[in-house]
Design a binder for this molecule. Structure first.
Ligand SMILES: Cc1cc2nc3c(=O)[nH]c(=O)nc-3n(C[C@H](O)[C@H](O)[C@H](O)COP(=O)(O)O)c2cc1C
Length: 160
């Protein structure tokens, strides 16, 4: 089974988790980035990203390499923005047909709105259930054996 982890990360948490997953599953990592980057400092960071997430925007992405036919399993990783899916991931889902694939998702957040964001992701994918899902509180800052064990357990659900 071939797996890809597709993620957006502004400040490194989702990148860190993608790397952990890739180490466990030996899978490809695809980082998506918008052409017009979001401000990543100060009040603007929360204002513009939050507004874009609430509006359900689908920003244009920089070119990325993802051939859906190659993968049986796709893991989507994103930071929760305003209790919602991060906009670049909305674009990725709109641009790619993921039906019929095993889907896992992880979301990094500060502790609020993660469940809501995962529900929204399911709607975007047109799925009632995901094959595995996990919420992680700023895992880069809170890295621990427990976090790594949870990521490993998440991966094991997708290996079968
Ligand atoms: C625009 C914006 C909105 C956010 N909204 C939320 C939120 O609703 N709930 C939450 O717990 N964290 C929120 N956060 C925090 C991030 O989800 C969290 O720090 C995450 O781990 C960042 O992942 P990254 O380092 O991969 O970008 C927000 C961050 C930004 C920049």
């Amino acid at each position: 089974m071939k797996t890809a982890v597709v993620y957006y990360s502004m400040s490194g948490n989702c990148k860190f988790v993608a790397e952990q997953i890739a180490a466990v599953l030996q899978c490809d990592q695809i980082r998506v980035e918008p052409v017009k980057t979001y401000p990543d400092k100060g009040a603007k960071k929360f204002y513009w990203g939050g507004k874009s997430a609430i509006m359900g925007e689908k920003p244009e992405l920089k070119p990325y390499e993802f051939n859906g036919d190659e993968y049986d399993c796709v893991i989507i990783g994103f930071p929760v923005w305003a209790s919602n899916v991060t906009p670049p991931i909305r674009t990725f889902i709109a641009e790619n047909d993921l039906s019929g694939k095993k889907i896992g998702a992880y979301a990094c957040y500060m502790g609020g709105g993660g469940e809501k964001a995962l529900e929204k992701l399911k709607k975007l994918l047109g799925k009632e259930q995901l094959d595995a899902q996990i919420l992680l509180i700023d895992p880069l800052k809170n890295d621990s054996q427990e976090v790594r064990d949870r990521i490993r357990e998440f991966c094991s659900k997708l290996e079968k």
